[in-house]
Design a protein. Structure first.
Length: 352
């Protein structure tokens, strides 16, 4: 019998310090059945984002309820006027502050069809609360204008598959191909009630949504690849994906055919197993979203905003409760202006 390998290895989202985890009836690539470890020694590495880990074992169903809260706060100063000297501005200064709370409850179902293929379905439900405070200076006594908006409902449902490309033998990392489809099942910004925003003189100055949308309103397809590399005592991981968002004709009232910018996503990090029950991980994720294009009357124009950079630093912990259940907590801190200030997510994967 060969001696057990001494690396800390991530298999099916689980690690054991000093040996590979396998279940009866499941053959780990490159590991003889005589070297299989007892499944009750497995613990879960705390994932920074979803779909980190080897595919679900064949015939196993995992149900993962989760709850997350994201908080965003931003302040915008708009100046309409001209500068007499660098320290003196003549005109209107508009200061607006937005505070947004987004609560997401979701159920994710994962099923392993084979030792290399997994499929999952994620169904989210969103509750959004938003407060907007505006102050117009140089119009007598400054007065704050307060507006509130909220929305709740089903979000965009996601269906994804993952396929394990390599078995991690010969010192190579585990490579996994992923493909995700997001359907516009949530209420989009083009479906909610809208009303005209007027200034003090009754002139239209913009559009206000009556409630916050819970979906994007567009189909999107996301192919990608991820890797997992065991390097005792840590497990290194990373991912790269490209989100293709399909253009859609939203009608003349909404500007015609709208093509949201495609998204480039990448991330990396590492995880540690403290013992057979507790693990910790640290990582960084970044998304680059280019301009949105609007095609109207056979002309193609770009939206006013430039590309958006969304980056966040995350750390998480996981505690195994039973051989088939664990509790994971992830905290993310935004490091770019467009990212949420903070996000907390709680997950409870249950395997059958």
């Amino acid at each position: 019998m060969r001696p057990r390998r001494s690396l800390t290895l991530l298999v099916a989202g689980c690690v054991v310090a000093g040996q590979v985890v396998a279940e009866p009836g499941y053959q780990d690539y490159g590991t003889p059945e005589s070297d299989q470890a007892a499944p009750d020694k497995a613990i879960e590495i705390a994932s920074i984002t979803t779909d980190r880990g080897i595919v679900t074992r064949p015939g196993r169903l995992t149900i993962e309820p989760s709850l997350s809260h994201a908080y965003s706060n931003s302040t915008t100063v708009a100046i309409e006027g001209y500068t007499v000297i660098p320290a003196l501005v003549v005109g209107l200064i508009n200061i607006s502050e937005i505070q947004r709370d987004i609560f997401v409850g979701a159920f994710t179902f994962k099923y392993g069809f084979s030792s290399r293929l997994e499929a999952s379905l994620r169904i989210p439900y969103l509750v959004i609360n938003e407060d907007l405070r505006e102050r117009q200076a140089f119009q007598g006594t400054p007065v704050d204008n307060l507006r509130e908006a909220s929305g709740q409902g089903l979000g965009d449902v996601e269906l994804s598959t993952r396929f394990q490309l390599t078995d991690g033998s010969g010192g190579w990392p585990y490579l996994l191909g992923t493909f995700r489809v997001k359907a516009p099942t949530g209420e989009s910004p083009f479906d909610v009630e809208r009303r005209q925003l007027l200034d003090n003189d009754g002139n239209p100055i913009g559009i206000v949504l009556g409630e916050r949308p819970t979906g994007s309103g567009f189909w999107s397809f996301e192919p990608g690849i991820s890797f997992i590399y065991p390097s005792d005592p840590a497990v290194l991981f990373g991912n790269f994906s490209y989100v293709r968002t399909m253009p859609d004709d939203k009608g003349e009232d909404n500007g015609g055919t709208i093509k949201p910018g495609d998204v480039v996503r990448f991330g990396f990090g590492m995880g540690f197993a403290f013992n057979e029950r507790t693990s910790f991980s640290l990582g960084y994720d970044h998304s680059v979203i280019p301009k949105t294009s609007v095609e109207f009357d056979t002309s193609l124009t770009d939206a006013a905003f430039d590309r958006v950079q969304v980056g966040s630093l995350s750390f998480g912990m996981s505690q195994r409760l039973t051989p088939n259940a664990s509790l994971g907590l992830t905290v993310s801190i935004g490091v770019t202006e467009q990212a949420p200030n903070s996000e907390i997510a709680l997950r409870l994967p249950l395997s059958f």
